[in-house]
Design a protein around this ligand. Structure first.
Ligand code: HEC
Length: 172
C-alpha cells in the first residue's frame, strides 16, 4: 500500500468515527437536566445513604411520585425530582407549590441553603418528620408512612437514612 493511500484511509476512518460519535453522543444525553450547577460539597454516610435508597424505592415507594435522577433512582413525576432538594432546588419549570421546602427553609431562617448544606439537611429532616399544612400531599403521605414505620420514632430513623440519600444526590 502506498503511503498516500494509507493516509487517505486513515482520514476516512477518522471521519467515519467522528460522524458516528456525533450521531450517537446526543442520544446518550439525559432527557432532562436537573442539575442547576456543580454538586454541593457535603459529607454523607454512604452505607446509610444506601439504606435510604432502599427505603425510598421499596419500603415507602416514594418513587411512585418522585425520582432522584442524580442518584439513579427512577420514578414518576407527580412530585418534583429530588436530586437537588437538599438545597430546595427543583428542575426548571416546576410549579412553585411543588417546592414547599423553599418557603420552609426561608421561614426557618435559611434563605440560601447552599451556604449551609448541613443545616439544610436538618431542615429537610424536620420537614419530612412533620410537613406543614401548605405541603398538603406530603402531610397526608407522612401520616401513612408513620403507620408503615410503626410510629413517629421509627419514621424519624428512616427519614435520617432517606435524607442521607438526598445529601448524596446533591453532591452529583
Ligand atoms: C402520592 C405522591 C407522593 C409520594 C408517595 C411521596 N411524595 Fe413527596 N411530594 C409529593 C408532592 C405532590 C410534593 C409537593 C408538595 C406537596 O404537595 O406536599 C412532594 C414534596 C416532597 C418534598 C419537598 C420538595 C420540595 O422541593 O419542596 C420532599 C423532600 C419529598 N416530597 C420527599 C418524599 C419522600 C422521601 C417520600 C417517600 C418517603 C415521598 N416524598 C413520597 C408527592 C409525593
Amino acid at each position: 500500500m502506498t503511503p498516500i493511500l494509507k493516509v487517505t484511509m486513515g482520514l476516512g476512518g477518522g471521519i467515519f468515527l467522528l460522524v458516528a460519535a456525533l450521531l450517537i453522543v446526543p442520544r446518550l444525553q439525559p432527557a432532562q437536566i436537573v442539575s442547576t450547577g456543580p454538586g454541593v460539597k457535603v459529607a454523607f454516610d454512604a452505607a446509610l445513604a444506601g439504606q435510604g435508597k432502599q427505603l425510598f424505592a421499596n419500603r415507602y415507594a416514594c418513587s411512585v411520585c418522585h425520582q432522584v435522577s442524580s442518584a439513579g433512582v427512577s420514578g414518576a413525576s407527580v412530585g418534583p425530582d429530588l436530586s437537588r432538594v437538599l438545597l430546595a432546588q427543583v428542575p426548571q419549570g416546576t410549579r412553585p407549590e411543588l417546592n414547599p421546602l423553599e418557603k420552609w427553609m426561608k421561614e426557618k431562617g435559611l434563605a440560601r441553603p447552599e451556604d449551609d448544606p448541613e443545616k439544610a439537611a436538618g431542615l429537610v429532616t424536620q420537614y419530612l418528620a412533620n410537613p406543614p399544612d401548605y405541603s398538603s400531599t406530603m402531610k397526608g403521605q407522612v401520616l401513612r408512612f408513620k403507620d408503615t414505620a410503626g410510629g413517629d420514632d421509627a419514621w424519624l430513623k428512616d427519614v435520617k437514612a432517606i435524607v442521607e440519600l438526598l445529601k448524596q444526590a446533591a453532591t452529583k
